[in-house]
Ligand binder design. Structure first.
Ligand SMILES: Cc1cc2nc3c(=O)[nH]c(=O)nc-3n(C[C@H](O)[C@H](O)[C@H](O)COP(=O)(O)O)c2cc1C
Length: 200
């Protein structure tokens, strides 16, 4: 089925949106409309896709109780993963994850999970490109977003996938929370692009 043209919000150009995007970790309790989520998904599926496979599929969770439970199940798994990585020499601080009140989803009311049925070797790239489209579209709609890589492992547990309606053949690639930002978020810094070579 062909998608209708996304209604163009009156707003920024792409570069302005790229600069305005922030990872938001504080959300207002407001629920996002179905229409807004639909727009984000439409933006996501317009990403480039290797061999035009369009391997993505989406799960939307807008239930705080489910998110709370997922967060609680994800924490010990993620802490263990971080311990393992730290033992291998990668230094990450993860104390705050152990706090009972710490919410892996930062209080957001909506989690969008981008999944894929692994087919070509480019499936993961396709899904992350879709993720960036979704994130920039969210920014354009005045919504904040945060990639929650720390819950990928828990979301790929067979039982959790079943509970969320994700068929066994699908793999969770990119979980992203979206919501109305609470307060302002400062832009983070970036290093200059490291150009290894530029032959002319
Ligand atoms: C693959 C990936 C996984 C991430 N996982 C998490 C996460 O689990 N929790 C979180 O709060 N932020 C997560 N982030 C957000 C990064 O921490 C954030 O992008 C980085 O600190 C730079 O900040 P900025 O996006 O505001 O520029 C993740 C980002 C990416 C790309």
């Amino acid at each position: 089925m062909l998608l209708p043209t996304i209604e163009k919000p009156q707003g920024r150009n792409v570069f302005e949106a790229i600069l305005a995007r922030r990872t938001v970790r504080a959300y207002a309790p407001d629920k996002i409309s179905k229409n807004a989520i639909q727009t984000l998904l439409e933006a996501a599926v317009r990403a480039p896709t290797a061999m035009h496979e369009e391997p993505w599929a989406f799960v939307v969770v807008q239930n705080r109780q489910i998110l709370r439970q997922l967060s609680d199940r994800a924490k010990p798994i993620f802490i263990e993963e971080m311990r393992h990585r730290n033992a291998q020499g990668v230094r990450h601080s993860f104390e705050h994850f152990a706090r009972p009140d710490f919410d892996m989803f930062h209080g957001a009311n909506a989690l969008i999970i981008i999944c894929a049925k692994p087919a070509s070797p480019f499936v993961v790239a396709d899904c992350w490109l879709a993720a960036e489209n979704l994130i920039l579209a969210a920014c354009e709609l005045g919504l904040g977003s945060c990639v929650i890589g720390s819950v990928v492992s828990v979301l790929n547990i067979h039982m959790v996938k079943t509970e969320l309606g994700i068929p066994a053949a699908y793999t969770v690639i990119a979980p992203i929370v979206v919501g109305l930002p609470m307060g302002e978020t400062e832009a983070t810094s970036r290093k200059e692009p490291l150009i290894l070579s530029w032959k002319q």
